[in-house]
Write a new protein. Structure first.
Length: 295
């Protein structure tokens, strides 16, 4: 527990700094394992008081039902307010155009919905469960990462964070993205979930599911993903990340509990985002999305 205790203490320090330095923070919550860990850390940071800020979920409309169901359960369990920004509303209002074709996804569309929701609700600090080990663009982020008044990120304007001093001073219109578990690894997250006995969506564990092959990846079957030429078959799979169904592939697995999942991760040579189709659009896909406001 030495490593986990250190990581927990660091994350709680960051969360308390956010509450102390900003007027209207929010926790970006997807219902995935990282945001569930972060929600639990927020509770620990303020016990016996309640968490002093709301949650924000940007709903693409193509989420896994298991994730949405658990999200709603956790909102009640932790007694927090939940704001939901709907990508469908942005589509209906003509602010974004739905993609067409084989690789169509709403994942990138959620950036517009996120930025508009942040502006509408006047959030000045948005915490999220991103980690540096996920993807090389994530590794360029500081703990406090400034976004300009257009919601955009410039990696060349990152502030130094010497001796854990976190500078939250921003100009009017700017906001800060905050990453309290930035220094955690995927394995750290799973071991913490096991130690704290946290509930996570069932799709993180092996289950039988109808899937189809696309570019060597096992994609979940659904009306908004499949095309006439896609052939469905049943496979024992689980998901290492939980995002929009249209860009989140499954991996073959027989890991049915936390112990076997952790053993499987220890032996894996592929990163958890290796099953994210949106990261494969180009070499710098994640960085391109982040520059225009993606979390």
């Amino acid at each position: 527990m030495d490593t986990l205790s250190h990581l927990e203490e660091e994350a709680i320090y960051i969360i308390r700094e956010v509450a102390g330095q900003f007027e209207k923070p929010v926790l970006l919550f997807s219902g995935g394992k990282d945001s569930i860990v972060l929600l639990h850390l927020c509770q620990k940071a303020f016990l016996p008081a309640k968490i002093p800020f709301p949650l924000l979920h940007i709903d693409t409309g193509h989420n896994f039902p298991e994730t949405i169901a658990l999200r709603d359960e956790l909102v009640k369990k932790y007694s927090v307010k939940l704001h939901v920004g709907n990508v469908q509303d942005s589509i209906d209002q003509g602010k974004v155009v739905e993609e067409k074709g084989k690789y169509a996804s709403r994942n990138i569309l959620q950036t517009t919905t996120l930025l508009e929701t942040i502006e509408e609700l006047k959030f000045d600090a948005c915490m999220g469960g991103a980690r540096r080990d996920e993807e090389k663009a994530r590794a360029k982020e500081r703990i406090f990462s400034v976004r300009d008044d257009f919601g955009q990120w410039n990696e060349k304007l990152q502030r130094p964070e010497l001796f854990d001093i976190l500078n939250g001073q921003i100009h009017t219109g700017e906001n800060i993205r905050v990453f309290p578990i930035s220094n955690w690894t995927e394995l750290d997250v799973w071991e913490y979930i096991r130690h704290e006995q946290l509930e996570i969506p069932s799709i993180y564990f092996s289950h039988r599911r109808k899937v189809f092959l696309r570019d060597g990846q096992l994609m979940p079957c659904s009306d908004f993903i499949m095309h006439d030429t896609d052939a469905a078959f049943e496979e024992s799979v689980r998901f290492r990340t939980v995002g929009d169904m249209s860009c989140t592939a499954a991996v073959p697995s027989e890991a049915v509990d936390l112990d076997t999942v952790i053993d499987e991760i220890r032996g894996s040579s592929i990163s958890e985002r290796g099953a994210r189709m949106d990261d494969k659009r180009s070499e710098g896909a994640m960085e391109e999305r982040k520059k225009v406001g993606y979390f």
